[in-house]
Design a protein around this ligand. Sequence first.
Ligand SMILES: Cc1cc2nc3c(=O)[nH]c(=O)nc-3n(C[C@H](O)[C@H](O)[C@H](O)COP(=O)(O)O)c2cc1C
Length: 437
Amino acid sequence: MAGNSFGQIFKVLTFGESHSPYVGVVIDGLKPNLEINLDEIQKELDRRKPGQSEITTQRKESDKIQIISGIFEGKTTGTPICILIKNEDTKPSDYENIKNIFRPGHGGYTFLKKYGIYDYRGGGRISGRETVSRVVAGAIAKQLLNARGIKVLAYTKKIGNIEAAEFNESEIEKNVVRTPDSEAAKKMIELINQTKNEGDSIGGIVEVKVAGLGAGYGEPVFDKLEADLAKALMSIGSVRGFEIGVGFKCAEMKGSECNDEFRINPKTNEIETITNNSGGIQGGISNGAEIIFRIAVKPTSSISKTQKSVTIDGKEVEFNIKGRHDPCICPRIVPVAEAMTALVLIDHILMQEQIKSSVNTDEMKFKELELIDLQMLLLMKKRLDLIREVSDSIQEESNYSYVSINQLKDSWIQNSKELGLDDDLSENIFKLLSKIR
Ligand SMILES: Cc1cc2nc3c(=O)[nH]c(=O)nc-3n(C[C@H](O)[C@H](O)[C@H](O)COP(=O)(O)O)c2cc1C
C-alpha cells in the first residue's frame, strides 16, 4: 500500500490498524544528539487518546509509548526512531453484525474496490486510531520547533452552528471541546450531547495558528507551504476542507480589500504586512506574519441512527451501527492537526537549513572569492583606461591633474580608514595602482 510515509527530510512512516496488536511510527532523517523529551510525547498522546470525556468514544486506551529504537538516554542516535503503542481495548465483536455492510461515509466500499480485501474491524487503516502515530511524530517535530521559538496551536473554532466568539488561549485545554471561548464551550457540549442522544453525529471547524516561523520558509511551485499544509491536514480522516487566511471569502473580495499592504514595523524596523488576509504565506513562502488556517471536519460517519446501505453481495439493507464512536471528532482532531502542521513546518525548515549550509561550503566560498577577484580585475582595467586619459591631460595642464591625483589618494586613505582596513596595506595598494600606467 503506497502513501504510508510523509516528509522529505523528517521522514515519517506510520503502520498498524484499529484492531491490530499495535500501531506505530518510524521516523528517519533526524540528526544524532537531539534532546527528545519522552514525557512531552506522552502528554500529546494523552490529549488525543479516546475516552477522555463523555463526548468522545468510550474506547479505553492507555496509549503508552514503547521506544524500540533511535532514542538513547533521551537523545536521538541518528538511526531510525521506532515507537510502538499497544492497542489494548479492541472489540471486533462490535463490527461482527455489519462486517458485510458498507458503512455510509466510511471507506469500506472504496477499500474493497481498490484492494479486493478490507479489514472491517473499526475501519482498519483509515481508523482515527492511525493518528496515534502522527501525534507521536508530531510531538517530536514540535520539540524541534519549540527549540527554534515556533509555536503551533490548534483549537475548535466551530461545532455545528456554534462558533467561538472569544479567543482566550488559556481556556482551550480547560474544556472538553478544546475551544478558546468558555461560554461557547458549554453550548457546543450541549449540542454534541443532544446530537449523540439522537443517535447522530456533528461536524465542525478546527483552526490552526503558527507563531514565530519568520519569513522565507516554503517553496514557490509544487511544494508551496500552503499546498503541503493542505495535503497534510486533508490526509487526516474526516477532514473535508482546508482554507488559509480569509480562505474562500477571497472570492467575494476586491484586490484593494484582499491585498495585505506592507509597512515598516517601527519597533523592529522589519517589513511586515498591515493585514493578514493571506494567512502568513505568499507565493508559497512564509512572510513572517502568523500562519492561520482552518479545516472542516465532517460529522462522524458511524452513527446509530438507521441508515440505508448495500451488502458486499449486493443486497439493499437498512441497518444500525453499534459500538463506540466519537459523536464529534473536532476535540480529538485538535492534537492531530497540530502534529501534522508541525511535521510540515519542521520538514520545510530542515530543507531550508540544508540549502543554507550547502551555500556555506568552502567550495562555494572559493567561488565567491573568484568572482570578487574578477570584479576587482575589471575595475582595475576601467581604472587603467581612465588613468591613461588623465595622463594625457597631465601633459597639457600638469598642475591641475597633479592636485586631482593627490585628492584621489586622500579619499582612498580616508575611505580605507572608514572601512577599517589596514593603513599600510591600503597605501601600498594605492602606490601599486598608481604605478600602472
Ligand atoms: C481522531 C479521529 C477519531 C475518529 N473517530 C471516528 C469514530 O469514532 N467513528 C468513525 O466512524 N470515524 C471516526 N473517524 C473518522 C474516520 O477515520 C474517517 O472519517 C472515515 O474513515 C472516512 O474517511 P474520510 O472522511 O477521510 O473519507 C475519526 C477520525 C479521527 C482523525
